[in-house]
Design a protein around this ligand. Structure first.
Ligand SMILES: C[S@@+](CC[C@H](N)C(=O)[O-])C[C@H]1O[C@@H](n2cnc3c(N)ncnc32)[C@H](O)[C@@H]1O
Length: 212
């Protein structure tokens, strides 16, 4: 994955994927996971998403992973949170504040615990085809049996930043998450007006259940 590409985007303030409010598809479809407040949640490639705050108001333990220090610092500063920052090793720092545990580092190497639930918005879809298998394996290795993933894809056809987004279809999702039951909760269409989409419109919504 082109880590420098993302670090440069954050440094230049080119973050059209960032939404200033919670994602409406998260609010609508999170209940489909039948989430319990004591279930732990992982948000891979979390940016400085407002969704972290929404999830933290509903769950006791949230883990996020984000490669950009600018993003992680912006997130805490933007909410006037003062996190405890611990250097874990030469490649990772852990930022902690109440329910929130954000690793600044690479999703593939951050020392994450096993979790019950995963929220993936605009994460799988920015990972190039050849790295999707290891990414899906990484998520599955972190997800407990019986765990669920809410996956919100992005729609490159609707975007003015199509070079960052790679479409992902049902067959591929079923192959990537082969040990799981995959259900489409919503297809892009009736979702929301383009005016709210910015450069990174959401696509389809998937429920992925790790059955074994
Ligand atoms: C399209 S953005 C989505 C951010 C967030 N999910 C949201 O909805 O706002 C992708 C994010 O992944 C981060 N990222 C890219 N590669 C990463 C990696 N290998 N490990 C952790 N974060 C990464 C980027 O810095 C960027 O903030």
């Amino acid at each position: 994955m082109k880590i420098d590409f993302w670090l440069d985007k954050w440094a230049a303030g080119q973050i059209s994927f960032h939404q200033i409010q919670e994602n409406c598809l998260l609010l609508k479809f999170w209940p489909k996971l039948l989430p319990k407040s004591d279930e732990t949640v992982l948000v891979p490639l979390c940016g400085k998403s407002e969704d972290l705050v929404w999830l933290a108001s509903r769950h006791q333990e949230i883990y996020g992973v984000e490669i950009s220090e600018i993003a992680v610092r912006d997130f805490f500063a933007g909410h006037f949170y003062t996190p405890l920052v611990t250097r874990v090793d030469s490649s990772h720092e852990l930022y902690q504040f109440d329910e929130l545990n954000l690793y600044r580092g690479d999703i593939f190497t951050a020392p994450l615990p096993a979790v019950d639930l995963i929220y993936d918005r605009a994460a799988l879809t920015v990972i190039p085809q050849q790295e999707r298998r290891p990414y899906a394996e990484r998520l599955l290795s972190l997800l407990k049996t019986g765990g669920r993933i809410l996956l919100i894809t992005s729609d490159p056809a609707q975007s003015d930043e199509a070079e960052k987004i790679f479409s992902v279809q049902k067959d591929e999702i079923e192959q990537l998450f082969y040990r799981c039951k995959v259900t489409c909760l919503s297809a892009f269409s009736a979702v929301k007006p383009a005016a709210q989409s910015g450069g990174f419109p959401d696509g389809d919504v998937w429920l992925i259940e790790k059955t074994g």
